[in-house]
Design a binder for this molecule. Structure first.
Ligand code: APR
Length: 231
C-alpha cells in the first residue's frame, strides 16, 4: 500500500462493540433499552437533570471499564506507517485516543467533557461517578455530547469536510449511516475520488456506493486491510 496517502477512518458505534460497548440500534442497543427522549436530549436535561446524569454516569462507568480493541490499535498504528491519518468519529467513548490515535475529530462530542451552557465553560472530567454535577456558578454541567436535536459544532463539521475532500483512502467502520449530517460525509469522500471501503457485518443505506465491502467485524477486516501491522 502507498504510504504517502492520506487515510480517513470514519467510525461509529460498531467500532467499539469488540471492546464491550453496545451499539445504539443493534441487538441490545442503547436506544433499544433507553428512550433518548428521556435520557439524551436537551428537553430531558431541562426536565430532570439528575435522571439524565444517572444515565450518563452509568455509561461513563461502563466505558471506563472497557479497553480499546485490536481495531482501535491498528488504526492508531497506521499513524506510524502513513504520512497522513485522520480519525473522524461519531463515538463519544474516547477509545481512539486511548489506543494512541492523535488526530481525532469527535463529531458528536465526548462523554469525558462537561459543558456549562450559561457560562460557556468546557472542561475534561474522568470522575466515576461525577462528584459535583453543578459548576461553580451552580448550573448543572451538561455532558459535552451532541444529543438528538442538537446542532454539531460548525468548526467540527468544517474539519471533517476538509478531511473528506482531501483523503485518498476512506474507510467507514461500524456505522449504520442513518444519522445526519454525519451520514453525508462519506459522500464527500466519494465525490472527491477517494478509494472507499465499508466495514460492517450488516448492509447499510450507503453500501452500494462503496468500492469495497468487508462484511466482517472491525478488527478482522482491519487486520486484512493492513497485514503489515503486527502485534
Ligand atoms: N464491527 C463493525 N461494525 C459493527 C460491529 C463490529 N464488530 N458490530 C456491529 N456493527 C455495526 C452494525 O451493523 C451497525 O450498522 O455497527 C453499526 C452501529 O450502528 P448504530 O448503532 O446506528 O451506531 P452509529 O451509526 O454509530 O450511530 C450514529 O446515532 O445515536 C446516535 O449520536 C449517536 O453517534 C451516534 C449516531
Amino acid at each position: 500500500m502507498n504510504h504517502q496517502q492520506h487515510i480517513v477512518f470514519f467510525t461509529g458505534a460498531g467500532m467499539s462493540v469488540e471492546s464491550g460497548i453496545p451499539t445504539y440500534r443493534g441487538t441490545g442497543g442503547v436506544w433499544k433499552q433507553y428512550n433518548y427522549r428521556e435520557y439524551a436530549c436537551q428537553e430531558a436535561f431541562e426536565r430532570d437533570p439528575e435522571k439524565v446524569w444517572n444515565f450518563h454516569d452509568q455509561r461513563r462507568r461502563k466505558i471506563a471499564d472497557c479497553r480499546p480493541n485490536r481495531g482501535h490499535e491498528i488504526i492508531a498504528r497506521t499513524e506510524k506507517l502513513f504520512s497522513r491519518v485522520t480519525v473522524i468519529t461519531q463515538n463519544i467513548d474516547g477509545l481512539h485516543q486511548r489506543a494512541g490515535s492523535t488526530k481525532v475529530t469527535e463529531l458528536h462530542g465526548s462523554i469525558w467533557r462537561l459543558y456549562c451552557q450559561p457560562t460557556g465553560r468546557l472542561i475534561e472530567n474522568f470522575e466515576l461517578p461525577l462528584k459535583n454535577r453543578r459548576c461553580h456558578a451552580k448550573y448543572y454541567w451538561r455532558p459535552d455530547i451532541v444529543w438528538f436535536g442538537d446542532p454539531l459544532r460548525e468548526e467540527t463539521i468544517a474539519e471533517a469536510v476538509t478531511a473528506m475532500e482531501n483523503c485518498d483512502l476512506f474507510i467507514s467502520i461500524g456505522t449504520s449511516a442513518v444519522v445526519y449530517p454525519a451520514a453525508r460525509l462519506p459522500l464527500i469522500a466519494m465525490e472527491n475520488g477517494a478509494r472507499t471501503i465499508e466495514i460492517n457485518p450488516e448492509e447499510t443505506p450507503l453500501s452500494s456506493k462503496y468500492q469495497e465491502i468487508y462484511r466482517q467485524p472491525a478488527s478482522k477486516a482491519l487486520t486484512e486491510i493492513f497485514p503489515e501491522i503486527r502485534f
